[in-house]
Design a protein around this ligand. Sequence first.
Ligand code: SF4
Length: 703
Amino acid sequence: MGAETHCPYCALQCAMTLTATDAASAPSTTEVASPPVTVAGRDFPTNRGGLCKKGWTSAELLASPSRLTAPLVRGSDGSLRETTWEAALDLVADRLRGIRSEHGADAVGVFGGGGLTNEKAYLLGKFARLALGTSRIDYNGRYCMSSAAAAGNRAFGVDRGLPFPLADLDDGTTILLLGTNVAETMPPFIGHLAGAQAAGGLIVVDPRRTATARLTDDGQGLHVQPAPGTDLMLLLGLAHVVIAERLADEDYVAARTTGFAALRRSVAQWWPERVQSVTGVPAATIRAIARRLAAGGRTFILTGRGVEQHVDGTDTATAAINLALLLGLPGRPGSGYGTLTGQGNGQGGREHGQKCDQLPGYRKITDPAARAHVARVWGVDAADIPGPGLPAIELLGSLGRPDGVRALLVHGSNLVVSSPNVADVRRGIERLELLVVCDFVLSETAALADVVLPVLQWAEEEGTMTNLEGRVIRRRRALAPPADARDELWILHELARRLGSTARFDTDPEAVFEELRLASEGGIADYSGIDYALLDSGAEAYWPFPRGGDGTPRLFAERFHHDDGLARLVAVTPRGGARPVPSPDELTLITGRLLEHYQSGAQTRRVPELLDAQPEARAAIHPATAARLGIADDEPVEVANDRGTVRCRARLTTDIRTDAVFLPFHYGDEQAANLLTSDAADPISSMPEFKSNLVRVTRLVEA
Ligand code: SF4
């Protein structure tokens, strides 16, 4: 029998069984090694045995020739050279000690990732605060879930992506998908949309006619294509119709929410004809959507990065929550609101202390009671835990500055591809005195490092992940790692020891999880009732799961998590200047994902089958726009603005609006879409603006 585990990629965490092959015990001598395990889909409530292309090919990387198998240190000639673990760790510890004693603890920064196991995310937060003594820790989830998380905390007092099991969608009769392309990002998900499709109730809001939007063809729903960056106005218009036509669930609003009067006043000015003039969505369509949502069936509203990755992302997600609350959906059996977490452990990654303002259990780092609890578990004084640090953009903006971060440790993130305004991040990295990257391939970020530490891949490690439903699951080891790759738990242990920390840094994942349980106990994300034995028994484990109690598959049935038990309707209005207005020679750049690649592409671009299918970035442009710009299909183009230039080929398609251009963000160097994105951030969540940046597209005239 093989190892029962889950996919290494997205937050659907599809279940799979890995079975060792002969190649597992016989190291390959050929350039393209055979995978040491076979992958088979396994029945599980999220994927029901299905896997996407990425999942099926996930074992390819285990024996890939691009796998790192020894520590690398940059030599005096500027090249990376293999060294021993002793030498690499001694060097890192020496340099960290020197920088810290000269410039203070906050001169050292840590950048984590939403793909790390819960155990690694937890230990990384503890390592930063106790072994390094720095407040400067944040992670790439800041680019992913921060605005929806802030909106959920504001409205409900808690942030769990889906506050109900995914299978609840199966019985949905109306599902509104806002800015999410699940048919490409997590294909097995669409099995859960079939009921709403059959009922003609699938409504997809996306400026592109994506694979998900095409599910509404043949009368199975509706696709609307608002102008990029106008999602907030569309949602205000929907709320306007719900209130104006008395479609709201008035009993629910009265009994379970506060803030209705202010919300009613704020949406009064967003009547459908006015919303049409801004979004381009016909007023009649806005009214029809509102009426369908309020028709009394089993209704869900789900948001994704398309509406969240904006400088008004928190307010936009809040407007979606307001709409759901007006309709009485959250907590109603068979209905609900949720946000679809993207990264594999995007949910758990934001609960255990990787965020600059949080401690384990989703506790606020500024809360004296939270600090005291975590300090007790860690065996230190609360005063020894540094206060809040800087969110990702500010942390990266400080790199190499006199009062900024001079040494950076990166775990599970390819930040010179995935960060906004990435040329500026690259310049910051060049100013650093020390860059240490833990990875299993030489990503674009690792290639710039002074020290690269090779780590395990998913099939080689034990641990837990928390999927998009808030369900905690086991990751299980299927094969031994290469001799010179190491678990990050061991790396943190060894570095902490060399730095003279007396805090406990276990190397056994189960021991770390046991400590995580204690640290999370009584917090919002309470894992104290979960242990490995429970997970190994196959029991479902949704947080909050208090010690001696049960898990919580469905939140909000009786109360929300604010002290008074009520949800907050929050009046939000568009901020002047939040939405860039294109001049006649500009298009709005939309960035996003392709079926074949995951996040920065550091992994999937190294899987031959996936790379062959999508080898390079292509700029998707409407044929009418291309004709105006004198661009033919497949021709080289430049997509540029004041921040940078992307050179790639054009792909002409009627799936995009005439005022927009789409670039996938999976590629590096001169094809990095984030050369063009802005590091202007949402003032509430620090979410950068990834989805509405202005660019000019021109035919590339080759010299
Ligand atoms: Fe993996 Fe996500 Fe594809 Fe499932 S949908 S196989 S979790 S990448």
